[in-house]
Design a binder for this molecule. Structure first.
Ligand code: BES
Ligand code: MN
Length: 491
C-alpha cells in the first residue's frame, strides 16, 4: 500500500474519497488543511444537528462538487479531552475499515489537528499507517470472495513532516497482521511444526537468529511438563527461540515467552463442545511473540531480545497425560496434575525456567491462560501480574502510550495455598476462586529471581464480535505495548 505525506490538501490530486477527522468539543475542531468548501458543509451539518459528534461516529457524503472529490467521509474522533492514543487508534481504524470494501481506491486523509492534545503529530502519522495496514486483513481467511482490499494510495495531509513514521507504522501493522493471521488460521493448518516453519521464514526474512528444539533436545533440557502436554498429539512439541541482538554484548537480554498451544481440547479434562470452538486461539501468546520479534528486527531496535515460543497441541489419546500424574519441571519442581486443561501453565513452566537459565535479565510471558481472567476483567483488558513492581510500571506506561488496556492483579502469597499438593511440591490448579491469580502464582515458581511479568490475554486476544473499529477474531493485542516498551527501554 502506497502511503504518502502531504503538507496541504491538493485540489488537483484526484481522490475517490476525502476523509475528514474532526475533534468535537462544543464546536467541531477541523484540521487546518480543511478546504473552505468543506468547512461550509461541516458548519451546515453542525447547525442542522447532522454532524457526527460522538466518538467513532461517521457520516458518508456523496455527490460533492468540485473542487471537493465526489465522496467525503467525516469521522468524529471524540472530545478533545478524550483524544488519547486509544481514541486516536480507534478513529483511524474506523476510517480505514469504513472504505476498504472496494479495490484500488485512492484516498486522502485530513489528519486531526494535534495542538494541545496528548498525541504528537509524528505518533499519529505512525498510528494512521498501522491502522491502514491492518484494515484489509480479515478473519475470513477461508472465504472465496475477498471482502476488504488494501488502498491503492493514501495521502495523509499533515502539517508535520515525518516520512519515517509511515514506515514504522507499517512495520507495526504488518507485525500485528502476522500475529492475527496465525491465530485466525485453523488448527488443521497451524500446529507446532507449521508454526515453526513460519517462524523460520520470519527469521530468514529479517535476519533473526533462530533455534528450534524438538523432542530429543527438549528431553535433554529436562522440559518434561511441556512434553507431557504434547504427548497425545500427532504433532511433536517444538520450542522456537528467536534472537535479536541490537545492542552490545554487555547488554542483557529481555525474554518474551509465549504460550503456543495450537489447539486445546482440554485433554482428558475434556472441554465442553462450545468452549472448544475458539481453542485454535490458544497459541495467541506465541503468535504475539513472533509478531513482536519480526517488528523488533525490521525496526532494528537497539535492544537485545529473545522470543521463546512453546508449541504444543493439547489432545487426547491412549498416551495422554493423566490427572494424578506427577511431572518434574526443568527446574526440579514436582507438579501433581489435577486438571489437564490447565496445560498452558505446564508449557510455560518449563519455558520460563529455560529463559531464566539462559540469563534473560527480565521476562514477560503472554498467554491465553485462564477463563477466570476473562470473568474478572472482561474481553478488553489484559491481566498483568508481576514479582517486580518497577518492571510492571514500565510496561503499564508503555501500554498507556500504545492505547492498550492492561490491569494489574494481586500476587499475594496467600493465593499459593490453593496450589498445595499432598504428594508433590504443588498441583497445577487451585479452587474456582481467584483462578487467574493462582495460575500466575504457579508460574512464579519457575522464574527464579528474574523480574517477570505475566500477561493473561485470554480476554482480548480473540474477539467474539466485530466492531466498526476492529475486526472480530484475533486482535493482535499487546504487540504495540511490547514494541513501545522495548523502544522506550533503551532511552
Ligand atoms: N484455554 C484456556 C483459557 C481460556 C479460557 C482462554 C477461555 C480463553 C477463553 C486454558 O487453557 C484453560 O483451559 N484454562 C482453564 C483452567 C482451569 C482448568 C483451571 C479454564 O480457564 O477453565
Ligand atoms: Mn486449557
Amino acid at each position: 500500500m502506497d502511503i504518502q505525506l502531504a503538507q496541504a490538501w491538493d485540489a488537483n490530486q484526484t481522490s475517490d474519497w476525502l476523509v475528514l477527522f474532526i475533534v468535537h468539543d462544543e464546536q467541531p475542531i477541523l484540521p487546518a488543511s480543511t478546504p473552505d468548501e468543506l468547512k461550509t458543509i461541516v458548519n451546515n451539518l453542525h447547525e442542522s444537528g447532522d454532524l457526527p459528534a460522538k466518538k467513532g461516529e461517521v457520516r458518508k457524503l456523496y455527490g460533492q462538487q468540485a473542487p471537493l472529490p465526489l465522496r467525503v467521509l467525516i469521522v468524529c474522533v471524540g472530545e478533545k479531552k478524550d483524544c488519547g492514543p486509544e481514541t486516536r487508534m480507534r478513529a483511524f481504524s474506523t476510517a480505514a475499515r469504513a472504505l476498504c470494501d472496494k479495490p484500488d481506491l485512492n484516498i486522502t486523509w485530513l489528519l486531526p489537528d494535534c495542538s494541545g492534545e496528548n498525541v504528537c503529530a509524528g505518533k499519529q502519522i505512525k498510528v494512521a499507517a498501522t491502522a491502514l495496514e491492518m484494515a484489509p486483513q480479515t478473519q475470513a481467511l477461508y472465504q472465496k470472495e475477498q471482502k476488504r482490499f488494501a488502498y491503492k494510495s493514501v495521502t495523509l495531509v499533515s502539517s508535520y513532516e515525518k516520512e519515517t513514521a509511515i514506515e514504522k507504522g507499517k512495520v507495526v501493522g504488518k507485525a500485528i497482521n502476522l500475529t492475527r493471521e496465525l491465530i485466525n488460521r485453523g488448527p488443521h493448518e497451524v500446529h507446532p511444526e507449521s508454526f515453526t516453519d513460519r517462524a523460520s521464514q520470519v527469521a530468514a526474512d529479517t535476519g533473526l537468529q533462530i533455534r528450534i528444539l524438538g523432542d530429543d533436545q527438549l528431553e535433554q533440557e529436562g522440559m518434561h511438563t511441556m512434553l507431557a502436554v504434547a504427548r497425545a498429539s500427532a504433532y511433536p512439541a517444538r520450542l522456537v527461540i528467536l534472537e535479536h541482538k541490537g545492542a552490545g554484548d554487555d547488554v542483557p537480554f529481555v525474554g518474551l515467552i509465549g504460550k503456543g498451544v495450537t489447539y486445546d481440547c482440554g485433554g482428558l479434562s475434556l472441554k465442553p463442545s462450545d468452549s472448544m470452538k475458539t481453542m485454535k486461539s490458544e497459541m495467541s501468546g506465541a503468535a504475539t511473540v513472533l509478531g513482536v520479534m519480526q517488528a523488533v528486527a525490521e525496526l532494528n531496535l537497539p535492544v537485545n531480545v529473545r522470543g521463546y515460543m512453546g508449541l504444543v497441541e493439547n489432545m487426547i489419546s491412549g498416551d495422554s497425560y493423566r490427572l494424578g500424574d506427577v511431572l518434574t519441571a526443568r527446574n526440579g519442581v514436582t507438579i501433581e496434575v489435577h486438571n489437564t486443561d490447565a496445560e498452558g501453565r505446564l508449557v510455560l513452566a518449563d519455558v520460563l525456567a529455560l529463559a531464566a537459565d539462559e540469563g534473560c535479565e527480565k521476562m514477560i510471558d503472554l498467554a491465553t491462560l485462564t477463563g477466570a481472567c476473562v470473568v474478572a476483567l472482561g474481553e478488553e483488558f489484559t491481566g498483568a501480574f508481576t514479582n517486580d513492581q518497577a518492571w510492571l510500571d514500565q510496561l503499564m506506561q508503555a501500554s498507556g502510550k500504545a492505547g492498550e488496556k492492561v490491569w494489574q492483579m494481586p500476587m499475594c502469597d496467600s493465593f499459593s495455598d490453593q496450589l498445595r499438593s499432598d504428594v508433590a511440591d504443588c498441583k497445577n490448579i487451585g479452587t474456582r476462586w481467584g483462578g487467574a491469580v493462582t495460575a500466575a502464582k504457579f508460574l512464579e515458581k519457575f522464574v527464579a529471581e528474574t523480574p517477570w511479568i505475566h500477561l493473561d490475554i485470554a480476554g482480548p486476544a480473540f474477539r467474539t464480535n466485530s466492531k466498526s473499529y476492529r475486526e472480530g477474531g484475533a486482535s493482535g493485542v499487546m504487540v504495540q505495548t511490547l514494541l513501545q516498551l522495548l523502544e522506550s527501554s533503551h532511552d
